[in-house]
Design a protein around this ligand. Structure first.
Ligand code: UGA
Length: 437
């Protein structure tokens, strides 16, 4: 059996290496030849723990990386994993998936294997039926559910945990009609990921499951963030204790209750906006989702307000940002709350120094000379008037009085409560922790 994966971002590359590690013959295809070359040299264009090693093994055995779409013609399964970013109005951008599927369609003409085409890219309900099926049928001259089978197969992996999540998914969603292709898909997944529940449904529901999943996670995070703002005004209270207390209720669950500066990344913000946009386009006002979005935006303003309350004008003041990636163990800064905070601080004429164990290179691409970058924590903190912990990198657990000694004003805003249990000689404020009386 030959499997092609089209689009080699986090999802596509992780799937390619994991399927190769399960002894499948895999062809990873991407339109970007430069990117393909780098991946063949195991120079992955992003940081993802564990990916490099498994990629190396795959490349020595049964994994091919290429920009040649014609390789699709011998495949039995084709996974589409190209990005579906957002337009400036929040609407989903389908240009890439349209292009990828029309190219796939052309090579399907010559494919005699009756392949299954899995759509992993996140798309708004109705997109597969109304856009992707017609593109593939027109370009191939063949019929869905007869000459090939299109199946929606949304992805739930988390960046920084991509290999683990790909190897051990919590569920597999298969959307499409009950055809021989669906039966084959089900057999394939139950063999590959034995014991993992498979949810079979139609295209629209499968597409919606992905948005429901991400918007629920965004709502859960926002709920705890809202409570953390209330806790901040309850002297002595700590949001983490409240999260632990409610998290033990199995109806709530303990994950995704870490209060912070708001959710970021390339997925939750984009998918929330796309769902809101879609909902409005069909005449439904998504009151709750709108409130989540707004609350998430306001979270950064709360940090700025606290800063101003303590420092007065921010003009000319040196502020150190600890962590620019949208979460730890990644160099991804897309829609990172840190980046948003830095932009707002620059608007207030503050002088910014950024520290991050992995993401400084990407941060530089945005701010160039507008801010300073330091690889060492002690240098980043030198003469600073406030340090703001934005991302919970494990390095920040080690912050102590010795590392903080060069600060001009020993003042910390801890958005992740990394130092909450430490006795430090600093003025300390943590998101979600009420000041002691
Ligand atoms: C998210 C979903 O979690 C995945 O299931 C989904 O597959 C993926 O989007 C996608 O659609 O591709 P990811 O973007 O990697 O995954 O990021 P998350 O781990 O969900 O974190 C998102 C943001 O929420 C980060 O800024 C993180 O710091 C924040 N967060 C998360 C919190 O502030 N508190 C929490 O308790 C959890």
């Amino acid at each position: 059996m030959k499997i092609a994966i089209v689009g080699l971002g986090f999802v596509g590359l992780s799937l390619a290496v994991v399927l190769a590690s399960k002894n499948k013959s895999v062809i990873g295809i991407d339109i970007d030849e430069e990117k393909c070359k780098k991946i063949r040299d195991t120079t992955i264009p992003f940081y993802e723990p564990g990916l490099k090693n498994i990629l190396k093994t795959g490349l020595k055995k049964n994994l091919i990386i290429s920009n040649d779409f014609s390789l699709i013609k011998n495949c039995d399964m084709i996974f589409v994993t190209v990005g579906t970013p957002q337009k400036s109005n929040g609407e989903i951008e389908l240009a890439m998936i349209k292009k990828a599927t029309s190219t796939i369609g052309k090579f399907l003409k010559k494919n005699k294997n009756k392949p299954i085409i899995f759509i992993k890219s996140t798309v708004i309900p109705g997109t597969i039926q109304d856009v992707i099926v017609p593109i593939l049928e027109k370009n191939s001259g063949k019929k869905n559910n007869n000459d090939f089978g299109i199946i929606s197969n949304p992805e739930f992996l988390q960046e920084s945990n991509a290999i683990h999540d790909t190897k051990f998914p919590h569920a597999i969603v298969l959307g499409g009609e009950d055809t021989k292709f669906m039966k084959r898909a089900e057999r394939f997944f139950s063999k590959m990921f034995s014991g993992v529940p498979i949810i079979k449904t139609n295209y629209q529901s499968a597409e919606m499951i992905k948005y429901a999943n991400n918007s629920f996670l965004a709502t859960k995070i926002t709920f705890i963030n809202q409570l953390s703002n209330i806790c901040q005004s309850i002297p002595g209270s700590n949001i983490d204790d409240i999260a632990r207390g409610i998290g033990l209720d199995p109806r709530i669950g303990k994950l995704f209750l870490n209060a912070g500066p708001g959710y970021g990344g390339s997925c939750l913000p984009k998918d929330m906006k796309a769902l809101i946009n879609f909902s409005e386009s069909i005449g439904i006002t998504p009151t709750l989702l709108n409130a989540v979005e707004k609350t998430n935006r306001d979270q950064i303003n709360n940090i700025i307000s606290l800063l101003k309350k303590k420092l007065g004008s921010l003009s000319g003041k040196k502020i150190t940002i600890l962590g620019t990636s949208f979460k730890p163990n990644t160099d991804d800064i897309r829609d990172s709350k840190s980046i948003e905070l830095i932009k707002k601080l620059l608007n207030n004429n503050a002088k910014i120094t950024a520290h991050d164990p992995k993401a400084l290179k990407n941060t530089k691409k945005i701010f160039n000379q507008k801010i300073k970058y330091e690889n060492s924590m002690i240098d980043a903190l030198d003469t600073s008037q406030c340090a703001i912990i934005m991302t919970h990198w494990k390095e920040y657990d080690g912050l102590n009085d010795a590392l903080l000694r060069k600060m001009k004003r020993k003042f910390i805003i801890d958005c992740r409560r990394v130092l909450v249990n430490k006795k430090l000689d600093v003025q300390y404020y943590a998101i979600g922790v009420g000041e002691k009386i």
